[in-house]
Structure formats: structure tokens, C-alpha cells
Design a protein around this ligand. Structure first.
Ligand code: GDP
Ligand code: ZN
Length: 312
């Protein structure tokens, strides 16, 4: 499945071409919209109706998924949005200038990846323009947390060949805050990128800039990229404030070593996580970001409780 835009589905066929497909009504169940029934990355079974150039495929079945990447759907209600499935890796692209580095977004995506057992990497773009030492320090902090990293420039091409070499034999999803240069980088990585995006957009009948959906492309026979729209906000799905620490892999070795079993790692005495931050095993920016996100999750829960009280 290459794209699902409302109810327009585009499927990537084995021969590398894209086709528009409809979804069999029975798959949708009682809801009228597709929801998370068929999403980008799904392996589907097609039935063809008619022949020749008029042949039209219907999606008959969806193969069980080996993993999913979800977020909280935008809007007030607590709803899951499955962004893409059957992934091998997630790459978050960031920069130090235009826009400046935002640990919040990166750490949210990484927490969601950890929660769903997906490997994730950080790629710092625009190193030709930004502070190279700052970008290197950020990558080093994440390396200590167990995340791979790279320094690249879509403009000068620095680091691009090395990054391209890591994309073979897998399906990689790219995330980035708007403006970090994700499109520029994907174009430099894969010269056919823009052409393929155009081919998929032709199938949905939508203009180039109107899509808000993820798109799966196969620029080389063994390289699959999932491009996602530039994100401004990313809501976690399925992670509670009490379990957020398990989505911080760098906390892993210290969890279970705090004095209190239910330690929040905020201000408790004998907290092994805070001790690790103090002696430098855990990067301060990662810990700060944990505290901030934990606070946000608690506030969201309060809001949600207020809302459901108002409803009954
Ligand atoms: P996207 O929103 O993440 O897809 O970002 P774009 O690819 O549209 O790029 C946003 C802006 O950053 C554009 O003005 C690009 O020219 C610029 N940009 C992208 N990559 C680089 C880079 O490696 N170095 C510099 N200096 N600017 C870049
Ligand atoms: Zn603790």
C-alpha cells in the first residue's frame, strides 16, 4: 500500500508501478471511512475486475502486520492513527538552524518507536549552514541513548552517500519538522524521488501540495522510503506517564534500581536515573525532555478526565 488519502488508495504493484484501488466494503466493517483498516505499508491481496487498460483492482484482504507505527490522531478525541506498518527503521531528520533543534519532537517520535519496538535514527541536515559542533554534540547524546545518527547536507551532498548506503534491503520511514529539509534530502538521496511522488499524486487525482498522508515509494528495487508530511505536533499513542520511562532506552539499565519501586524519576531520593544523569551516563537533554513530556502526558490525562466528566 503506497498511499491512503481519505478513501483513495494507491497500491504499489510488484512491477514497481502504482495503481488506484478500491477497498472491498466488507473490509471496512461498520464504519464508513477507512480508518486504520488499510494503511501505508500494508501488504494487500487484489482482485482485478475487467480487462486490458480498464482493469480495476479491489483490495480483498490485508495481510497481518509485523509492526505498526501509530500516533494520536489530531483533534480532541482520543483516537489512534496508524501512520504506517511493516517498517524496518524510522529516520528523524532535524537541523540546528531554520528551524532550530527541537528535542521534543525527536524524542516523541523516538519514544513511539521504542514503544513499538522499531529501530530509530537521527539525521542532522543543514550542517553546511548550522553549527557543526552543536549538531555533532546532539548526535553524540543520542548515540549514548542507543540511537544511530548522521550529519548530512542536502545542499553540499556531504554525508549523503553514506546515508544512502544504509537504506538498502529495508523500508525506512522519514519524519521531520517542517522546514528541516526532508524533501531536499530525499531528492538528493534518490534523484527519482520527485518523479515518484508525482506518479502517486497522479493516481490520487490530488495536487502535489494538498496531501497530508504518508507515501511509500520504491526508488530502487531494494530501497523503500516512506515520506511523511512535515510535522508540527506529534501526539504519543499508547504510552502513559507512568510507563514513559520504558520508552527511554537510555533509562533502561537504571530502571528497577531506584530506591522506590514506583519512582517517577522527578525528585525522589535514591533515584538511579537522576544519578545516571548527574554522572553523565544519560544526556541531560534527554532527561529534560522526559520530564517535559511526562508533565504533558499528565496534563492531557487531566483534560481528558475533565472532558469525560462533562459528558456524563
Ligand atoms: P521540508 O519542509 O523538510 O521538506 O524542507 P525543504 O526540503 O522544503 O527545505 C526547507 C528549506 O531548507 C529550503 O529553503 C531548502 O533550500 C533549505 N535546505 C534544505 N536542505 C538544506 C541543507 O542541507 N543546507 C541548507 N543550508 N539549507 C537546506
Ligand atoms: Zn527513579
Amino acid at each position: 500500500m503506497a498511499r491512503v488519502d481519505f478513501n483513495a488508495c494507491v497500491v504499489l504493484l510488484d512491477d514497481g508501478t502504482y495503481t488506484r484501488a478500491t477497498v472491498r466494503g466488507a473490509l471496512m466493517g461498520r464504519t464508513k471511512s477507512l480508518g486504520n483498516t488499510v494503511v501505508v505499508g500494508d501488504v494487500v491481496t487484489l482482485a482485478w475486475e475487467g480487462g486490458g487498460p480498464d482493469a480495476h483492482p479491489t483490495i480483498e484482504a490485508v495481510t497481518p502486520r509485523r509492526n505498526v507505527f501509530s500516533r494520536r490522531a489530531s483533534g480532541k478525541d482520543l483516537l489512534e492513527q496508524v501512520v504506517a506498518v511493516n517498517l524496518d527503521e524510522v529516520v528523524v531528520i532535524a537541523a540546528t538552524v531554520d528551524p532550530e533543534f527541537r528535542a521534543g519532537l525527536v524524542d516523541r517520535v523516538f519514544a513511539q518507536c521504542a514503544h513499538q519496538a522499531l529501530p530509530a535514527r537521527l539525521v542532522m541536515n543543514k550542517i553546511d549552514a548550522g553549527d557543526r559542533a552543536e549538531a555533532a554534540a546532539i548526535v553524540a547524546d543520542y548515540a549514548r541513548a542507543g540511537f544511530g545518527g548522521a550529519l548530512v547536507s542536502a545542499h553540499t551532498g556531504e554525508g549523503v552517500d553514506a546515508l544512502r548506503a544504509t537504506l538498502h534491503g529495508k523500508r525506512t520511514m522519514f519524519f521531520g519538522h517542517s522546514g528541516v529539509g526532508k524533501s531536499s534530502l530525499l531528492n538528493t538521496l534518490e534523484p527519482s524521488f520527485a518523479l515518484l511522488v508525482g506518479a502517486v499524486n497522479d493516481k490520487t487525482g490530488k495536487g502535489r501540495h494538498t496531501t497530508t498522508a504518508a507515501t511509500l515509494l520504491r526508488p530502487e528495487p531494494d530501497v523503500e522510503l516512506i515520506d511523511t508530511p512535515g510535522v508540527r505536533a506529534f501526539g504519543l499513542w499508547g504510552i502513559e506517564p507512568e510507563t514513559l520511562d520504558t520508552a527511554w532506552p537510555d533509562f533502561g539499565p537504571f530502571l528497577g534500581h531506584c530506591r522506590f519501586d514506583d519512582c517517577r524519576h522527578v525528585s525522589e531520593p535514591g533515584c538511579a536515573v537522576r544519578a545516571a544523569v548527574k554522572e553523565g551516563s544519560i544526556a541531560l537533554r534527554r532527561y529534560d525532555s522526559f520530564l517535559k513530556l511526562r508533565e504533558e502526558l499528565l496534563q492531557e490525562r487531566e483534560l481528558e478526565r475533565g472532558r469525560s466528566r462533562g459528558r456524563f
